[in-house]
Design a protein around this ligand. Structure first.
Ligand SMILES: NC(=O)c1ccc[n+]([C@@H]2O[C@H](COP(=O)([O-])OP(=O)(O)OC[C@H]3O[C@@H](n4cnc5c(N)ncnc54)[C@H](O)[C@@H]3O)[C@@H](O)[C@H]2O)c1
Length: 311
């Protein structure tokens, strides 16, 4: 039986992960930590019968020694996660994301806990058609303070692996698509699904229609986390985790299958740019991980959240 800590357990990814892990791992003991700043109490509603413990704690402010003492793996999801708001609060993003990761790494070192760290495919910034984990240095160009802190965290995690003997794996996730009890609607696909469902035009960044970007089914995200734990892939390396690369135009075509009347409105954003690229996830696939075929079902699930139920 593995004892697993999930920080940020009540967030978009965490709230699905805590429900999925018992299906993927043999009888895991799941310890959830979240400071509830984002008020996602709903993530704790109706949890299935399982070995769960929840701690209302802040990863930076609170003493987590007793929790780490008894654990095998930490899935470190706690973070501030909106690229757009990070422009106005770069110091707070640095504090929670970078210093928060540092605190978790120190606890891992002290208590010999393995760590899954989460970065983002938004650390890439290139005009190349496709990039992978071995890309040139110049293809890594974060376009927001959020993405910059993610890159800085990656370097710190590598340092703890190389010099302080902490067993780690970094997952660079594509933009998440899929439903969970603690889901948010600020990222592209979820926001478009919501706008389409309430009959509003989709607010598409002026530059974005034909730009390709990497997306990740939430189901693939939680399976990938379990895959790393199950196969003990804590080799200090990085995996891109991406289901499909799409342009916004292609995403809108999928949304139109379920909401045919959808309109778009072009808007400006402080973090829009002219870059278009795809991110390869062949490295994790070579280890045996299989992604879903497409994102259609996740988009359908999201739109269906806003449909009334017959009977
Ligand atoms: N969602 C995506 O599209 C996406 C894409 C790439 C990478 N990621 C990464 O995955 C991780 C999780 O993302 P998410 O979408 O689930 O985020 P989220 O914002 O939905 O959840 C983060 C959770 O962390 C908690 N939290 C924040 N600060 C905390 C603190 N100091 N102490 C304790 N809890 C704290 C919040 O209350 C929240 O419940 C993040 O590292 C994010 O950068 C997410």
């Amino acid at each position: 039986m593995k004892k697993i800590i999930v920080t940020g357990a009540l967030g978009h990814i965490g709230s699905k992960l805590i429900r999925d892990l018992p299906d993927y791992l043999e009888n895991p003991e799941i310890t959830m930590i979240d400071n509830l700043t984002t008020q996602r109490f709903s993530s704790l509603f109706n949890l299935p019968r399982h070995n769960y413990t929840f701690y209302l704690k802040d990863i930076l402010e609170d003493d987590l020694d007793q929790i780490f003492k008894k654990s095998d793996v930490v899935v470190h999801l706690a973070a501030l996660t909106e690229a757009t708001t990070s422009i106005d609060q770069p110091e707070e993003y640095e504090r929670v994301n970078y210093l928060g990761t540092k605190k978790i790494l120190e606890l891992c070192k002290k208590h010999s806990v393995k760590m899954i760290h989460f970065s983002s495919t938004s650390i890439y910034g290139t005009k190349k058609k496709i990039v992978d984990e071995n890309c040139d240095k110049e293809d890594i160009k974060p376009q927001s303070p959020y993405a910059s802190t993610k890159l800085k965290e990656e370097l710190l995690v590598q340092n703890y692996f190389n010099k302080k003997n902490v067993k780690t794996k970094t997952l660079r996730l594509g933009s998440i698509c899929g439903t969970s009890p603690g889901m948010r609607f600020h990222a592209a696909i979820s926001k478009f699904c919501f706008q389409a469902s309430i009959g509003q035009p989709l607010s598409v960044w002026e530059t974005a229609l034909n730009q390709k970007r990497p997306f990740l089914s939430l189901n693939d995200a939680t399976r990938a986390i379990a895959f790393v734990i199950k196969n003990n892939l804590f080799d200090g390396g990085v995996f891109n985790v991406v289901t499909s690369n799409f342009s916004v135009k292609e995403i809108i075509q999928i949304i139109k299958k379920y909401e045919p009347k959808v309109q778009i409105k072009l808007v400006k954003s402080k973090i829009m740019n002219e870059l278009s690229y795809e991110v390869s996830s062949k490295k994790i696939q070579k280890k045996g991980f299989i992604f879903s075929k497409n994102l259609d079902d996740r988009i359908k699930d999201t739109i269906n959240l806003f449909k009334s139920i017959e009977n």
